[in-house]
Design a protein around this ligand. Structure first.
Ligand code: ADP
Length: 269
C-alpha cells in the first residue's frame, strides 16, 4: 500500500496535501525497511555466536581434541562467544530503552579528567598488547574546569567504547586522548593512527549495525552497535560527537559535553 502514490499535479491545497501524504508514505516505508533490516541483523548477530557455542561444546563433550592446548583453545572460543552475546544483549537492552524513551540518566557532577585516567588505566593493557602508545593530555587551568554534568557510568561507557574502538582499529602507533576546557563545555578528542575510515563510509558509522567492509571480519570483535549507542548517550547529555578520518592515517573523534555550572561538591563516581 505504501508504494501507491497519489497524483500530485495540481498546485493548489489538494496538490500540496497529496505531496504531504506521499512524503509520509515514503517515510513510513523507509522506517519499515529499517525495522526489518534491524531485526534481520539481530537474528544474524545472535545466531552466529550460538552456532560457535553449540559446535565447540559438542566437540568438547565428544572428546574430539588431541592436546590440552587444543582443548583450551576451544574453551577460549566458548568464553569469547559467550562474552560477545552478553555485550550484544546489553547493547540491545540499552537501545530498546532509548527507543521507548525509558532510558534514565543519574546526573551528577563528574570529574572528567579523573574519569578519563581511570578508563585509560583499564585499557592500557590491551593497548600495550598491540604495541600502541596511549597518551592523555589535559589542558585546563584547574581540575575543576573539567567537571561536567552527567551520568558517570554512561559517560564512562561511551568513552571506554571510543578508546576500545581506537585500539581495535589501530595496528601499532599511538592513541592520543585530549581534554580541553572551554567556557561552557569541554572537548574530548580521541585520535588514533589506525586504518582510518573511507569518506563514503563516514556518514554511516553511527548507524546501528553498520560496519565498514574491512572490519566486518569477526576477528575485530564488536557488535556494530557501539557508535550508535555512544552517539545517543552523548546527545542525551546535550553533547555532540563528530568524526574526521583519513584512510591509512587515522581517525579523530571529537566529543563535547556541557560543563557543570556548579562544580562545588563534586560527587565523583
Ligand atoms: P563495532 O562494534 O564494529 O566496532 P561501532 O558502532 O563501534 O561498531 O563502529 C562502527 C564501525 O566504524 C566499525 O565497524 C568500524 O568499521 C568503524 N570504526 C569505528 N571506530 C573506528 C576507528 N577508530 N578507526 C577506524 N574505524 C572505526
Amino acid at each position: 500500500k505504501l508504494d501507491t502514490r497519489i497524483q500530485e499535479q495540481s498546485s493548489d491545497e489538494l496538490g500540496s496535501l497529496a505531496r504531504a501524504i506521499n512524503d509520509l508514505a515514503a517515510d513510513l516505508k523507509r522506517i519499515n525497511e529499517q525495522r526489518r533490516e534491524f531485526f534481520a541483523n539481530i537474528s544474524h548477530e545472535l545466531r552466529t555466536p550460538m552456532t560457535y557455542l553449540k559446535g565447540y561444546a559438542k566437540v568438547l563433550r565428544e572428546g574430539l581434541w588431541k592436546t590440552e592446548e587444543e582443548k583450551n583453545q576451544y574453551l577460549n572460543i566458548i568464553e569469547n562467544e559467550a562474552t560477545r552475546l552478553t555485550y550484544l544483549v546489553n547493547d540491545l537492552f540499552d537501545l530498546a530503552q532509548m527507543d521507548e524513551g525509558r532510558f534514565t540518566l543519574q546526573i551528577k557532577n563528574v570529574q572528567l579528567d579523573e574519569l578519563i585516567k581511570l578508563i585509560l588505566d583499564k585499557t592500557s593493557y590491551k593497548a600495550g598488547q598491540k604495541g600502541i602508545e596511549l597518551r592523555f593530555s589535559h589542558e585546563a587551568s584547574s581540575s575543576e574546569d573539567t567537571v561536567i554534568m552527567g551520568d558517570p557510568l554512561r559517560i564512562e561507557q561511551a568513552l571506554l567504547n571510543m578508546i576500545e574502538n581506537a585500539i581495535r582499529y589501530t595496528d601499532s602507533g599511538k592513541i592520543d586522548v585530549s581534554l580541553l576546557a572551554a567556557q561552557k563545555h569541554v572537548e574530548i578528542t580521541i585520535q588514533d593512527t589506525g586504518m582510518g575510515i573511507d569518506k563514503e563510509e563516514l556518514p554511516y558509522i553511527f548507524e546501528r549495525f553498520y560496519r565498514v567492509e574491512k572490519s566486518r571480519s569477526r576477528e575485530f570483535g564488536g557488535t556494530g552497535l557501539g557508535l550508535s549507542i555512544v552517539k545517543q548517550l552523548i546527545e542525551l547529555h546535550g553533547g555532540t560527537i563528530e568524526v574526521e578520518s583519513t584512510v591509512g592515517k587515522g581517525t579523530v573523534f571529537t566529543i563535547t559535553l556541557l560543563r557543570s555550572i556548579d562544580a562545588q561538591g563534586v560527587d565523583l563516581f
